[in-house]
Write a protein that binds this ligand. Structure first.
Ligand SMILES: *Cc1c(COP(=O)(O)O)cnc(C)c1O
Length: 418
């Protein structure tokens, strides 16, 4: 459930009329609903209330400081994949001791910074990385808390670009090599095993793959225990899908119930960490855009809008479908089928094909489900500034990122010397 709805033919975010916001802030702009973000975070937190747990919001889905700040105020943990995301968490008031560091390519300086600020756990994705973490921790004279991210080789049944738990993926350590990796941890002086981590992909709309992955992880937990290796935490990753069109993903409560049921059959007293990103932020955001021109070719009608693949890459990258709505419904306008396209000089710059819309030039539209993997994937392609980001809170709003200016875009660039 979210807080975007029509009232008297006008689209609202909470108690803000979006047409007013769009005219004042300018388009394109992303709008996030505070009440929706909080609601989604609490849905996960309360779903796991019967076990020791920590909800570690996946920063990469939406890294806006305002969004991170409101989640930090709820007591959220965070899942990060770079030191840049770590600095964002710290700037937003998040707690490094509730922050888990994932990602396949951690550099030495990134590992050092994470250890200096007291990261909760570094998730290890290869033995080479484990050795690097041990080396950095030796230099800093500390012991690095680590989990092994295992690859359980289960099919998440999602888009191939966002399936991460198969043997052919670059992520994690092969399941049959996990035990050896824990033995290596035991033999190293400056790393200690905290837990087992697993993240099998994103936009997963069935319970089955999560259950299969957990069952496999629990067999590893048994094997480790037999070897006398103590595990305190299970990090089950993120990946719960959302509704973009007609998907019927399990709710956080159904997901948690399936996991808790399996865990209760085991005697293990472990903490559960989960890393939802999209399921918290995805449907808490929309993208507002202005229709610049309508264009009618012999075969197609185009709505040329001021948001494009630079603002919302998902349709071009994953053939993703996003709902497109007018900000005000107008019966007086003739409806037609449009390809909604952006300003970028690429034929693939399409936000939606064959959409029935009753719109005219200079109308405003909203592209839904743009709270996750949207602003974070935006670019300056064609030297277009990144769009503003706004958080709506009841009948108020705050611009938590300004529109990027030409000076922002060329900062750090220079001419050649004379
Ligand atoms: C991307 C990612 C997540 C979040 O995935 P969602 O599908 O947005 O929930 C969580 N954990 C890790 C390790 C990730 O790479």
């Amino acid at each position: 459930m979210d807080h975007f709805e029509y009232r008297d033919g006008q689209l609202y975010a909470e108690n803000v009329k979006l047409a007013d916001l769009a005219r004042q802030v300018g388009t394109p702009c992303y709008v996030y609903s505070r009440a929706t973000l909080e609601r989604h975070w609490h849905a996960f937190d309360s779903a796991f209330s019967e076990m020791r747990h920590l909800v570690c919001y996946a920063v990469k889905s939406n890294a806006n400081l305002g969004v991170l700040n409101l989640l930090a105020r709820l007591g959220s943990g965070f899942d990060i994949v770079s030191v840049g995301e770590l600095e964002r968490v710290i700037l937003a008031g998040g707690d490094p001791e509730k922050t888990i560091y994932s990602g396949v390519a951690k550099k030495e300086h990134e590992i050092a910074r994470a250890l200096e600020v007291g990261i909760r756990c570094i998730n290890i994705e290869s033995t080479a990385e484990l050795e690097r973490v041990n080396k950095v921790a030796t230099r800093l004279n500390c012991v690095a808390p680590v989990s092994v991210r295992v690859n359980p080789d289960v099919d998440a049944k999602t888009h191939p670009y966002i399936a991460t738990g198969l043997n052919q993926a670059k992520f994690g350590i092969q399941f049959d090599e996990a035990l050896e990796t824990y033995q290596l941890i035991q033999s190293l002086q400056h790393v200690s095993s905290e837990g087992i981590a697993c993240h099998i992909g994103s936009q997963i709309t069935e319970i089955g793959p999560f259950v299969d992955a957990l069952e496999k992880v629990l067999t590893l937990l048994d094997d480790l225990s037999t070897q006398g290796i103590q595990i305190h935490e299970l990090d089950l990753g993120g990946g719960l899908g959302i509704r973009y069109q007609d998907e019927q993903p399990p709710s956080p409560a159904e997901y948690a119930a399936a996991i808790c049921k399996i865990l209760k059959r085991h005697k293990w007293e472990v903490q559960i960490n989960i890393e939802p990103g999209r399921a918290i932020s995805g449907n808490a955001g929309i993208l507002l855009s202005n229709v610049e021109y309508l264009k009618h070719n012999r075969e197609k009608n185009f709505a040329i809008v001021d948001a494009g693949m630079n603002t919302l890459l998902r349709p071009a990258l994953y053939q993703a479908w996003h709902e497109i709505l007018p900000l005000q419904t107008a019966e007086t306008r003739p409806a037609a089928l449009y390809d909604v396209v952006g300003p970028i000089c690429e034929t693939g710059d399409v936000l939606g094909s064959d959409r029935k819309l009753a719109i005219a030039a200079d109308d405003l539209i909203a592209i839904r489900s743009a709270g996750a993997y949207s602003a974070v994937m935006s670019s300056n392609y064609n030297t277009l500034g990144r769009a503003a980001e706004v958080i709506v809170d009841d009948d108020q709003w705050i611009v938590t990122r300004q529109h990027e200016t030409i000076n922002d875009m060329v900062a750090g660039e220079s001419l050649l010397p004379d």
